[in-house]
Structures are given as C-alpha cells and as structure tokens.
Write a protein that binds this ligand. Structure first.
Ligand SMILES: Cc1cc2nc3c(=O)[nH]c(=O)nc-3n(C[C@H](O)[C@H](O)[C@H](O)COP(=O)(O)OP(=O)(O)OC[C@H]3O[C@@H](n4cnc5c(N)ncnc54)[C@H](O)[C@@H]3O)c2cc1C
Length: 266
C-alpha cells in the first residue's frame, strides 16, 4: 500500500467528516490488514489521538475502544472472566502476539472478515457497537446487514451477564485461518450457537427453545439442536475446506459445545 498523506483527527466530528470526503480516504485501525493491499491511499485517517484505546468496566458491561489492540483485550482480566473466557481463547488463536499487538478491535469488526475468530465470541455474547453517526447497533444486525457502513466505529460494549461459553477453532495449523469456528454461550435465559468461517461471515442461532436450561440435554435433544443449527446457518466450500467437511465439524463441535455449556454452572 502507498499512502500519500496522513491525517489525525482530534475529535469524532472531524474524523467522520474527513473520512467521508473521498473514496481515496481510508480510516486506519492498526493497518495490519490494510497494508496487505497494493492500492494507493490519498489520505490515511489515523484515529490515534481520539482516546479510543481504552477499556472501561462497569457492573453491567465492558466498553472496549475501537483502537484497543487484540492483545490489550486478550490480557484484560475482566474480559477473561466473561463466558468462561471465550473471547480470550479466540484471540489467542489469531496468529502470534506480534500481530495481536498491532491489529485493533475496530479493524477486526469493520473488516467483517469471513475468517474472523474475533467476531464469533462477541456475537455469542450479544455485543453492541457504537458508531459516530449511526449510534448503537447490535453486532448481530451489523453482521446480518449486507450494507457497507461508511461510519467510524468508536467502541464495542460486551455485557457482563453471567454466562458459560465454549469456543473451538479448527484450522490446519495454529497459524492458519479457521476452517470453521464454533462458539456456544449460555446465559440465564438463552443458549446461542455461532458458526464462523463458514466460509462466510459468522452467523448465530438461538437454540433456547430446544433446551431445558436447568437440565443436561439427552442425545435426542442434542441431535435436534445440531439439526436446527445446520438448517439455519448455511455452510459452504472454499479452498480451505469442503461443505461436507464443515458440516461434519459443525455436527461434532456444536454437540460438544452445547453439552459442555449445559453441564456447567454460570
Ligand atoms: C497476516 C494476518 C493473519 C491474520 N490471521 C487472522 C486469524 O487467524 N484470525 C482472525 O480472526 N483474524 C486474523 N487476521 C485479522 C486481524 O485479526 C485483524 O482483524 C485485521 O488485521 C484488521 O485489524 P486492523 O487493526 O489491522 O485493521 P485495519 O487493517 O487498519 O482496517 C481494517 C478495515 O477496518 C476499517 N477500520 C478500522 N478501524 C475502523 C474504525 N474505528 N471505524 C471504521 N472503520 C475502521 C478500515 O478502514 C479497513 O477497512 C489476520 C491478519 C493478518 C494481517
């Protein structure tokens, strides 16, 4: 990538205005992914001076600024305590620490990468996004929308609801993209399954109605849950894996994940 000029907005209004001026203007997170592109960028908008690299905790939620690196998130104690640590487990499997010290939460969300290991646990925990213009948007509706958001992401809010989670990344080697990742999360009133790297963007299915939340499900119930997930979330093929292989992985790990979260106290 060649960058002709850099711009560091001081506030949200300025960042939004400048980023919408031309299609040659690009907002940067850590730039780890953008820099792989051979394109010419006339103006790179750097969000470093906007105080977006902070993690704030309250009783109900954790607010993670868009410029926080994946490493900051992965090493945060309060985040590690949510959902049996599914966010931390997922982030630890994104390349090495070097990359995770550069890649940001904002870039990982806004890229909406089909292969993402970052988005599935956030989706399982029902995280919300805050945008400079659009305001608060649920991650679920952001993921479901095909529209490109021409906005600045400010932070993600992760609820601190009591929850139990399961995360599994299946990849050829630890440094590869996921062939499929499977996240299951149980809260007081919901059990949600998320499949990522399908190979498209992560999708979720709430399977609460199939389960008695106080009982470990029997084999027949687990069969029904797996069937519901596979009916609701389409899997496909790409160079990394066939549709059939992804289906076999989903059958095994959705079953295992649901059984595991249903066997544990939140
Ligand atoms: C070699 C390599 C291997 C990787 N392997 C994995 C992997 O195995 N699993 C995985 O989950 N991820 C993987 N990733 C992706 C990585 O985790 C990040 O998601 C990715 O680098 C994007 O983060 P970034 O900070 O670099 O974003 P950038 O490259 O800076 O930006 C990405 C996109 O987001 C936009 N953007 C950034 N911040 C904002 C904001 N605040 N508001 C609006 N738009 C914004 C940019 O304009 C751009 O379109 C890999 C990345 C690389 C480079």
């Amino acid at each position: 990538m060649k960058i002709a000029s850099l711009y560091r907005p001081k506030d949200v209004e300025d960042a939004l205005k400048v980023s919408r001026e031309s299609t040659d203007t690009v907002v940067f997170g850590g730039g780890a992914w953008l820099k792989l592109s051979p394109r010419l960028v006339k103006r790179a908008v750097l969000l470093d001076d906007m105080d977006l690299a902070t993690i704030e905790t309250s009783d109900d939620a954790i607010r993670v600024g868009a410029m926080c690196t994946l490493r900051m998130v992965e090493t945060h104690d309060a985040i590690a305590a949510i959902g049996s640590g599914i966010i931390v487990q997922a982030l630890r499997q994104v390349m090495g620490v070097g990359l995770r010290n550069i890649a940001t939460v904002g870039g990982s969300v806004m890229g909406k990468y089909g292969f993402s290991d970052v988005l599935p646990p956030l989706l399982a925990l029902d995280a919300k996004l805050m945008f400079a213009d659009a305001g608060e948007v649920s991650l679920a509706s952001f993921m479901a929308s095909k529209k490109r958001m021409n906005d600045i992401m400010l932070y993600v809010t992760i609820p601190r609801t009591k929850s139990v989670g399961f995360f599994k990344k299946v990849s050829t080697t630890p440094l590869d993209f996921s062939l499929l990742n499977i996240t299951v999360c149980k809260t007081r009133d919901r059990v949600r399954v998320v499949l990522g790297s399908r190979p498209g963007g992560a999708m979720h299915q709430d399977v609460t109605s199939r389960l008695d939340l106080n009982t470990i499900p029997d084999e027949k119930t687990l069969d029904d849950v797996v069937r519901e997930v596979l009916d609701a979330i389409p899997l496909g093929q790409n160079v990394r894996a066939s549709k059939l292989y992804r289906e076999q992985l989903a059958k095994t790990y959705v079953r295992r994940g649901v059984k595991e979260v249903m066997s544990r106290e939140g």
